[in-house]
Design a protein around this ligand. Structure first.
Ligand SMILES: C[S@@+](CC[C@H](N)C(=O)[O-])C[C@H]1O[C@@H](n2cnc3c(N)ncnc32)[C@H](O)[C@@H]1O
Length: 404
């Protein structure tokens, strides 16, 4: 028979084990859940000393039972729909502009898989022909991963707060739904702990969702997990966190969109490159003396407009420097992501340079973005043209193969 003191020791040790395995801060570990597991073991006739000994070893059945009891698996399809709209309107076009031939997503802390399948459905809905979709879901809880692989869900996974933004499932018996084959085919699940780096074999990602997980973590564990997540992004890739999980951008990432979106982007190498240093000059006493009486510098000129940069690119094309023009257009599109005339121009340059798939990816983005605009809306460019011109040009390119 175990004494009260021994039972308390087991409970305290059990909480330490949960905290070190999950990263949970102590206040996020449900006392009743831990208590239930420990009491059930004691009720089976095991002694406190036996339980303490088992808790010294990693990965034992007792440790597993504790994790299963404390890990909260609350989730549903298209939870926080604004983030899926952002995925469709910003993340995918950005990946296509980078010329990605596969859209790769990771749902980190995926629970029973609703988030993972929602990402897959959204990416499939947005991927132009020829661009693959691959989505990984990872979680610490093996039981939930098994449910995720089954892909059959009840009403609790379908809530009004999560509108069906993209086709995802078909009805089966008893009001249950089953994930459609096209979405299953691009989705896989693996066990993984966010306190450890994701194994390299999984590659890197254009988008990572890690929502409603870090909220349970200690500050140190949050930083550790964020480091692993940021390193798993491709340059230019996006990380989406839960609503209140961080109050400033994770190290190495920049915030995009409003704070409530909790969206962050890994800058590209080009963005990180320091600006060229001005040529060094010999110090001149006269110049120094002059500085004291020089009036304050005028305000810097406004940043170049997309039309100005586009015109510069056109001048390069006319001068035969298509590679230089492409570089200007790439830079332009990093700054002005929705600038349709630049996207069309770059797609045509890519086609002429023989990069057919990249051209198609860009042209698909032109078509999709133009389709969302009123057809008669005038788009400013070197030549102002209606949105329907861009849609028709992209359609023609995509059906006929190329525009001469
Ligand atoms: C509340 S669910 C969130 C599910 C989904 N991301 C969403 O927002 O709908 C939290 C999930 O994080 C998982 N989790 C907690 N700590 C983890 C860790 N250290 N590594 C991996 N997954 C963890 C839990 O098992 C649980 O399934």
């Amino acid at each position: 028979m175990s004494s009260g003191v021994e039972s308390q020791q087991v409970l305290a040790r059990a909480r330490e084990v949960v905290s070190s395995c999950t990263g949970f801060r102590d206040t996020a570990i449900s006392p009743s859940a831990v208590d239930r597991v420990v009491r059930a073991e004691l009720a089976r006739g095991r002694s406190a000393a036996e339980l303490l000994a088992e808790l010294q070893r990693p990965g034992t059945p007792l440790a597993r039972a504790l994790l299963d009891a404390v890990l909260v698996g609350e989730t549903y399809f298209f939870r926080h729909p604004e983030q899926f709209r952002f995925l469709a309107s910003e993340v995918v076009p950005a990946a296509l502009r980078r010329g990605e031939l596969a859209l790769r997503g990771w749902s980190a802390g995926c629970a029973s898989g609703e988030e993972t399948y929602s990402i897959a459905a959204c990416l499939l809905g947005m991927a132009p022909p020829g661009v693959r979709v691959e989505v990984l879901g990872t979680d610490l809880h093996e039981g939930r991963l098994q449910a995720a692989r089954r892909g059959v869900y009840g009403n609790w996974s379908r809530r009004e707060a999560g509108p069906m933004l993209y086709p995802l499932y078909t009805e089966v018996a008893d009001g249950r739904v089953s994930i459609i084959d096209s979405v299953r085919a691009v989705t896989r699940f693996a066990q993984g702990n966010l306190l450890e780096p994701l194994p390299e074999l999984h590659g890197s990602f254009d988008v990572i969702f890690c929502r409603n997980v870090l909220t349970y973590f200690s500050p140190d564990a949050v930083q550790m997990a964020l480091g692993h997540l940021a390193r798993a992004l491709v340059p230019g890739g996006h990380l989406l966190l839960g609503t209140v999980e961080v109050d400033h951008p994770p190290a190495g990432l920049v915030r995009v969109g409003p704070p409530e979106l909790q969206a962050f982007r890994r800058p590209t190498a080009k963005e990180l490159a320091p600006p060229p240093k001005p040529a060094a000059r010999e110090p001149e006493p006269f110049r120094v003396a002059m500085r004291a009486v020089t009036p304050p510098l005028p305000a810097p000129p406004p940043p170049p407009s997309p039309v100005k940069l586009h015109t510069e690119a056109l001048q390069r094309i006319e001068g035969g420097d298509e590679a230089g023009a492409a570089t200007i257009l790439e830079k332009l599109l990093q700054q002005f992501r929705d600038y349709l005339p630049g996207m069309l121009e770059l797609a045509l340059l890519r086609e002429r340079a023989g990069a057919r798939e990249a051209a198609f990816a860009l042209m698909n983005t032109v078509r999709d973005n133009a389709a969302r605009l009123p057809p008669d809306l005038t788009i400013e460019g070197p030549e102002p043209l209606p949105a329907r011109f861009y849609r028709a040009s992209a359609d023609a390119f995509l059906t006929l193969g190329a525009i001469e």
